[in-house]
Ligand binder design. Sequence first.
Ligand code: B12
Length: 210
Amino acid sequence: MAVLQDELAQAMVDLDQEKVAELVKQRLGAGVPVLEIVSSLQAGMAEVGRMFENGEYFLSELIMAGEIMKEVMVDLEPHLAGGSGEHRGTIVIGTVKGDVHDLGKNIVVMLLKGAGYNVIDLGVDVPKEKFVEAVKEHKAPLVGMSAILTAALESLKETVAAVKAGVPEAKVVIGGPFMDEKVKEFCGADFYATSAGDGLKAAEAVFGGK
Ligand code: B12
């Protein structure tokens, strides 16, 4: 097990629910930006993932890390969703078919809502047809697609292609830990995001900054 510099990330690696909760509250109280806190939690989760890959942790630990994350999101939400209530545009978002990870997507949803966007969340394991339908129904200029599993790459590509074929004017941002310029090109997306903050930047590029 690698020992992480960041106490909060390390508490997540140790699956120490009480300590994670305490440090999150402490940092929020000290005025640490919420996205910085998210990035510490994300780093801890990434290490939990590495340990799972190496056989040091099992599925039960992966589930537990997810549960801890869900718990602290209750504290993070009001800070992410501190929006003014104005409606700056509609964004359809979901995790692509074959993938049920949603913790990261949910953070993005909260952040975008907090920034004043109308977010239609389709959930997880979403078939490409459902994305196309929702984009048409809500006339959404931007679609966010989450893919955390590399095995969902083909599904991500197909979903981007379906949206581009059905609603050519819609822009697509793909998000997840393995996204980069090459994956963006491969999928034919317009933007890629490895953090919730990148998602907000994509929204601002489409809808215009404040
Ligand atoms: C928690 C977890 C789970 C939980 C998920 C709970 C949930 N409700 O989401 C459970 C236990 C269900 C799970 C299941 C599985 N998991 Co899992 N899981 C993880 C873990 C540890 C953390 C993921 C996480 O929540 N991270 C924290 C969030 C905040 O970060 P994030 O997801 O990256 O999201 C941020 C950005 O990527 C970005 N973002 C994400 N989506 C989007 C979308 C948009 C539009 C934008 C703009 C931005 C954006 O913004 C977010 C916030 O900053 C990762 C390890 C890792 N490296 O991530 C493994 C990991 C993803 N899992 C893995 C695996 C293998 C599985 C299983 C196949 C295990 C199994 N044998 O069953 C199943 C897959 C089930 C399926 N079909 O999807 C592997 C994937 C390997 C690979 N190469 O793809 C990982 C990497 C672990 C590992 N290293 O082996 N998992």
